[in-house]
Write a protein that binds this ligand. Structure first.
Ligand SMILES: NC(=O)c1ccc[n+]([C@@H]2O[C@H](COP(=O)([O-])OP(=O)(O)OC[C@H]3O[C@@H](n4cnc5c(N)ncnc54)[C@H](O)[C@@H]3O)[C@@H](O)[C@H]2O)c1
Length: 369
């Protein structure tokens, strides 16, 4: 499978209009579709929203009334009527593949909400369609663009954490029964693809993978313990082994009342980071070439990341993080940047999560490919 690289970015740029703003269509005008409407309205100097498609016509009409463009009952209708460059897929997860592939077969660039699809096999179908189309596809993983994440990943890349040996992805959230009851697709295997680990946890799993590298094996237990009328888990715990030898812990729940934070911990022998609720709660890195002071125990004089300007990332403002990913996508479309989150990246997180589900079903560790 090929990675969208700099060359592909510039080829994509040739396929898109260089003199005018790319024309966007949003498919799915629900909770996250409305966020994308907000982001597109904040970037009118760089793009134009020309269409919104939703199978519930009032939702498409409401979003176009607020953010521009014309409403359609389907992507097919929008593609027939409008000149579209980029399709943004905001439907329930299990429909992402169908919508994205229709857009790719029409030669469009695509932004897909997370996760790309509900299985690795379906994600691979999108990858094949993208390779055939030769266009750009990004999967939303907005927390990759948080300053706390950027600082941590930059330190790891620079060798300032030394040998990175372990990490923890913990999502201690609450979702009431009313959340699961709010849409027929929520909590189903077919359309949600999983529960706490897939829907809520994929962001933090993605950061764990970004920090620790390629995952190769997972073992997990899951349970549906505090909710009714859902097929999927509301608690998942697991362990992951990475290609580098590093070990990771997974903990995801939507049963932790009243809803605490999502947290990532990454540990190496020269530095560690704790990102809590998108903020750096702890950060220590040792520049390459600088000796670390050998201590029996590392309990004193550690550095906190709090208070410096790179530590804040507006956790409450979803659209800010989405906007940063849009800017990277638009720069890649113009041939001026490398796409920072691609399908292959998201595929690794989906492999960890679906591998965890298989492990929980079979009681055995699952090798990932
Ligand atoms: N990045 C994030 O932080 C984030 C947050 C929330 C949701 N999401 C993701 O966004 C996706 C949608 O979640 P949501 O909470 O907005 O769901 P939602 O139910 O609120 O909205 C989905 C919308 O898609 C429409 N729809 C369904 N099938 C369609 C089709 N074939 N064509 C056009 N429209 C169709 C529905 O009518 C609905 O309006 C999910 O994949 C979810 O994981 C991401």
């Amino acid at each position: 499978m090929s990675q969208p690289n700099e060359q592909q970015s510039s080829e994509a740029a040739q396929a898109s209009p260089s003199s005018s703003r790319p024309r966007f269509a949003i498919v799915g005008a629900g909770v996250i579709g409305r966020q994308h409407g907000l982001v597109t309205s904040q970037l009118t100097d760089r793009l134009e929203l020309v269409a919104v498609a939703d199978v519930v016509p009032e939702r498409a009409a409401e979003l176009t009334a607020a953010r521009g463009g014309r409403p359609y009952p389907s992507l097919t209708g929008a593609l027939a009527a409008e000149d579209i460059d980029v399709v943004v897929v905001c439907t329930p997860t299990g429909l992402h593949g169908t919508v994205a592939i229709e857009a790719l077969e029409a030669g469009k660039h695509v932004i897909i909400e997370k996760p790309a699809e509900v299985t690795v096999a379906k994600t691979d179908e999108i990858i094949r369609a993208r390779d055939k189309a030769g266009t750009l596809v990004t999967v939303i993983s907005q927390h990759r663009f948080d300053p706390s994440t950027e600082k941590t990943l930059a330190a790891i890349r620079a060798g300032e954490f030394g040998r990175v040996s372990s990490g923890i992805a913990a999502i201690d959230w609450w979702r009431g029964q009313s959340y699961y009851d709010s849409g027929d697709w929520r909590g189903t295997w077919e359309l949600d693809g999983g529960g706490a680990l897939m829907n809520q946890g994929v962001h933090t799993v993605d950061l764990l993978v970004a920090a620790l590298g390629r995952p190769v094996e997972v073992f997990a237990y899951t349970g549906t313990l505090a909710h009714e009328r859902i097929e999927v888990e509301d608690v998942a715990t697991g362990v992951v082994r990475f290609e580098s030898g590093a070990l990771g812990v997974l903990h995801a729940t939507t049963s932790a009342y009243p809803g605490l934070s999502a947290r990532l911990q990454v540990h190496g022998d020269r530095g560690s980071a704790v990102i809590d609720n998108d903020q750096l709660a702890f950060f220590h890195a040792t520049p390459v070439g600088q000796d670390i002071e050998e201590r029996l125990m590392g309990t004193t004089q550690v550095t906190s990341g709090g208070g410096d300007d790179t530590a804040s990332s507006n956790p409450g403002q979803l659209s800010d993080a989405h906007r940063m990913q849009y800017l990277n996508f638009l720069d890649a479309l113009a041939g001026n940047a490398r796409l920072r989150v691609d399908l292959e990246t998201n595929r690794q997180s989906i492999a960890v999560i679906t591998g965890a589900y298989e492990s929980a079903r079979t009681g055995k560790p699952v090798r990932l490919r």
